[in-house]
Design a protein around this ligand. Sequence first.
Ligand code: ATP
Length: 303
Amino acid sequence: VGRLYDPLSSLLSVHLEMSAALGIFQRIFEYLDLKPDIEDAPNAGVMPAVRGRVEFNQVHFAYRQGTPALTNISFKVEPGRMMALVGPSGAGKSTLISLIARLYEPSSGIIRIDGMDIKQVTMESLRSHIGFVTQEPYLFYGSLLDNMRFAKEDATQAEVEDACRKAYIDDFITALPEGYHTIVGERGHRLSGGERQRIAIARAILKNPRILILDEATSHLDSQSEAYVQKALEELMKHRTTIVIAHRLSTILASDSIIVLKDGVVVEQGTHEELLIHNGLYGLLYHTQFAAANTGIAMDQLA
Ligand code: ATP
């Protein structure tokens, strides 16, 4: 279900990909007339290098008082492991991932990375450890090279090219008449969904964060583009803690654990095998997904 405009995804990209360049980050917020309402604690420390253990402990959150979006969420993801979030549309998957980067503050409960309460560290240092790959990466009007350096300001051209090769986007870029100097963004060169996604992946490779948050595309890419995106993602996820809003069966099967959300509540949690035996909502989604695999229907469209 292609969303024409997804404010959360755009905000996430703006928030997160900006972390390398705080100046631009603030300018964009001024431009959008949006102020992040969350500020660093007065005594916030810098989050040092982390191994990437992510933990939610009885987290509650509501956009509006009285309408909970997430209720009593608890889970742990060990360093280097992958956790998939599945569930129907509106279940709270995007909300959950946005809390990890502190785009919103839980109304109660604690989110920890390597045991550190994320409220106690600066947002800049927190976000430096988190990479975000969404369906719609933020591309500003400028060259591809500059757009890539957004993830790492001082990246050399060789580093950028290396990341692009790993993200399977280098061949595409070098085939353009202007190569890495091609202007993209609003009114710049148009990129396909698969190309934009691979740019987001290349940026995340450049950034090299311990924690990776993926919002898997629901848009249908052609099979060649899809295969490239999959290969690029595999490269990116190696040795990183990954939390993924999963739409593809292959991703779900590759996950170490799965959380099934419905109406902001974790209704099931476990491995693929455990959840199948349980034969609840996951079982239903899984079997319907299997049946629907050839029609290309994504899991969240079914429930
Ligand atoms: P989808 O699969 O459709 O993206 P989701 O599982 O990611 O859905 P969320 O986007 O996290 O679900 O939404 C959870 C609930 O919070 C929904 O009821 C949604 O309408 C609401 N919600 C999401 N973003 C906001 C917002 N910025 N302000 C108010 N309510 C919101």
